[in-house]
Design a protein around this ligand. Structure first.
Ligand code: SF4
Length: 226
């Protein structure tokens, strides 16, 4: 852990949470809804994923046993708004089957598994990459695992805290090695990054309205320089 990096990361988080307020993620009523939502949110906006979640809910299908036993075509029909719905229907069905068979459809049983072993198990499922697996670990199982996405890479490479094109693992280590393993912090920090990436640090960044622009004059935010 590097004290200066820790300070920088905490100061950035502080500026974001002051500007945006706590983000109260994940927007779901149950851990299983979070898990399904994480799969549905792959490569699509949250608005679309949320509509697919609602469709499952309205059809009484947001249930691990029902999804595990359902026909993939029936799941696909309900999750059309999430795009790639045939693939995602298979992934959800397979995930639900494992959740029932190996964890008794009990989020506490799943969360009781050692973090590294659980991550390996999730990554072994078809179609679950690191971002989805880590989202499930953090937001459904409350494990202190930092979730990385394209916004994280973009923002922190612009800041000069990561090289351009940094890998998922390198990006994750920046946070994991320089912050305490704190579920609440990791939960809201990722949510704040998504908010910043969506609204301010876009492909063409709106630096003049960026809440982290003035954090530490020493940080070299590429987009923030005049
Ligand atoms: S100052 Fe600009 S480039 Fe830097 S994080 Fe903010 S919006 Fe992004």
């Amino acid at each position: 852990m590097t004290a200066a990096l820790t300070d920088d990361l905490l100061d950035i988080y502080g500026a974001l949470s002051t500007a945006f307020g706590h983000q109260h993620w994940w927007p779901a009523k149950t851990p299983f809804e979070t898990m399904v939502g994480a799969i549905l949110a792959q490569n699509v906006s949250w608005t679309n994923a949320a509509q697919a979640v609602r469709n499952l809910q309205d059809a009484g299908m947001l249930d691990p046993h029902r999804l595990a036993g359902a026909d993939t075509a029936d799941i696909a029909r309900l999750i059309v708004p999430s795009r790639f719905y045939n693939q995602k229907a298979e992934r959800i069905r397979e995930f639900a089957g494992v959740y029932v068979a190996e964890f008794r459809a009990d989020p506490a049983a799943m969360a009781a598994v050692e973090t590294g072993a659980l991550r390996e198990r999730l990554l072994a499922l078809r179609g679950l990459g690191k971002e989805t697996a880590d989202t499930i670990l953090l937001y459904a199982c409350e494990k202190p695992v930092f979730v990385v996405d394209a916004y994280t890479r973009r923002i922190f490479s612009r800041y000069g805290l990561l090289p351009e094109g940094a890998s998922y693992d390198l990006t994750q280590r920046l946070f994991a090695e320089n912050l305490s393993a704190d579920v609440e912090l990791f939960n809201d920090y990722h949510a704040q990054i998504v908010r910043l990436g969506k609204t301010v640090c876009k492909k063409s960044p709106l630096c003049d309205r960026c809440p982290v622009r003035e954090v530490h004059g020493l940080l070299q935010c590429a987009g923030g320089r005049d």
